[in-house]
Design a protein around this ligand. Structure first.
Ligand code: PXG
Length: 468
């Protein structure tokens, strides 16, 4: 670990924070609140460790924003980027031209993706890729002579991006409340979140019931109206919601029975996160399209895309698809993604997840369920969550405003130099895939300390009370 303990090559932290507050608008942030407090300034990183402007070393339990799969500080990616910038920093792929990095990356992805997912439409991000998907599946059905099939079914509390299209696909109520979302012909069914919504049902019954909402929606809307169903194999930003085991087989049965396309949003689950290249492989899903981004380049460059099956690509290819981004298949981003995939393969990163890191973390994470403030503890590969509860037997929420306990726990975690996030009153982690057992021990020690301190604070504030 080479992260410096003192940082001298920038303005003092308070000045950086003041400039940040004055000029930098942060995503998903109450700007005024942050300005009063001052953002934490991250200055460097190596492996799973971040360094801030005050010289703290912070264990990044979130791999940045679920993306730095191979960890920080891999200079090979910087070298490849510099070489590609000198050779061909940019060219487009719109007007009957192409270039070597995009060709090589598309070929590589076609080989890695399961089944007949053999064609790649590149984008700059997951949001852009899901916008591509909306237009692609609707165009597919138009070209097939079925233009009425335009409705895309998604799920409440799903996250598919922040653009107008992808934000509409997502099922985040606070997002729909701003800016006129959703666009027409997006339909949301309930999520398979047994802890919060399972009521008296067993997880298995609940998984089936929630999957059958897809069938009900198709029948109510009419099979001739439905174009596609989109879902994350494991809901990430929604709180690492792992569906009961009965859920996905039933969803697959329904998608097979009715003529609708299945889009697996692999932006978080892809590239090793669940212990396979794709979450669809872990959960036995056979999608027609997969959305990719994040781990594709381990976040070293912004790049995303849609991996598309032979049938959809053939139909779309029968005409002109009037869609694309300036940076679709950007040569530098593509070259960096290729190098990232090479490292993952040559160094056996997915084998490390499957055989070492995920089983070790799973064992330690399950022990958290014994903590007096923790209800269920869920994990798939290296994405994990715990539900906070003042009364786990009844799966009760806190009487306080939703997210209060989660926020306090997150603050205690940050104070203990661990990035562990909260989504409402669920705590989540998704560390870099290269995390070692020793580092997992440190993560767990800090997580437990954060939980203990947070519980004391929550009790002090009189908030350790179940909602009635
Ligand atoms: N699909 C999924 C499943 C995602 O998680 C996107 C699409 C959009 O990707 P871009 O590259 O456009 O951001 C995402 C992004 C959070 C959080 O709070 C999660 C994401 C983005 C921002 C915040 O966990 N995921």
């Amino acid at each position: 670990m080479t992260a410096p303990t003192t940082i001298t090559n920038h303005l003092p932290t308070a000045e950086l924070q003041a400039l940040d507050a004055a000029h930098h608008m942060h995503p998903f942030t109450a700007q005024g609140e942050l300005a009063a407090k001052g953002a934490r300034v991250i200055t460097g990183a190596d492996g799973v460790w971040l360094t801030d402007s005050e010289g703290h070393r912070i264990l990044d339990g979130m791999a940045g924003l679920w993306c730095v799969n191979i960890g920080y500080g891999r200079h090979e990616l910087a070298d490849v980027a510099a070489r590609q910038m000198r050779e061909l920093p940019y060219y487009n792929t719109f007007f009957q031209t192409t270039h070597v990095p995009a060709i090589a990356l598309a070929d590589r992805l076609a080989a890695l993706a399961p089944g007949d997912l053999n064609h790649v439409f590149f984008a700059g991000s997951g949001s852009e890729a899901n916008d591509t998907n909306i237009r692609m599946v609707r165009t597919y059905w138009e070209m097939k002579g079925k233009p009425s099939k335009s409705v895309i079914i998604s799920r409440k509390n799903a996250y598919h991006g922040s653009s107008v299209g992808s934000g509409s696909l997502g099922g985040m109520a606070p997002m729909h409340a701003q800016g006129g979302l959703p666009i027409p012909d997006i339909h949301h069914i309930n999520q398979p979140n047994w802890w919060a919504e399972g009521g008296e049902m067993s997880p298995e019954e609940f998984g089936l019931a929630r999957a059958r909402e897809l069938e009900q929606a198709i029948l109510e809307l009419g099979e001739d109206r439905v174009a596609a169903f989109i879902a994350e194999p494991v809901q990430g930003a929604g709180g690492v919601i792992v569906a009961p085991e009965t859920y996905w087989p039933e969803i697959q049965r329904i998608c097979d029975k009715y003529e609708i396309l299945l889009i697996a949003d692999e932006v978080i689950c892809g590239f090793g996160r669940t212990g396979n290249w794709f979450g669809s492989q872990t959960l036995n899903i056979r999608p027609h399209i997969m959305t990719i981004a994040k781990g594709l380049s381990s976040g070293y460059q912004p790049i995303g895309g849609s991996i598309v099956c032979d049938e959809v690509a053939a139909v779309i290819g029968g005409g002109e698809f009037n869609h694309g981004y300036t940076y679709s298949g950007h040569p530098v981003a593509s070259a960096v993604a290729l190098e990232n995939l090479r490292i993952m393969e040559d160094e056996g990163v997915i084998t490390h997840v499957r055989d070492v890191a995920a089983p070790y973390l799973a064992e330690k994470w399950a022990e958290l369920a014994d903590h007096p403030m923790v209800g269920e503890a869920k994990i798939v590969g290296l994405m994990a969550s715990i539900a906070l509860s003042p009364h786990k037997d009844s799966r009760a929420a806190f009487a306080a405003e939703a997210g209060t306990a989660g926020f306090i726990t997150r603050e205690r975690s940050f104070a203990n130099n661990l990035v562990m996030r909260h989504v409402g009153d669920r705590m989540i982690i998704a560390p870099p895939l290269v995390i070692t057992p020793d580092e997992i021990d440190i993560l767990m020690t800090r997580a437990r300390k954060a939980l203990d301190e947070a519980m004391a604070e929550i009790k002090d504030q009189g908030l350790f009370v179940p909602a009635s």
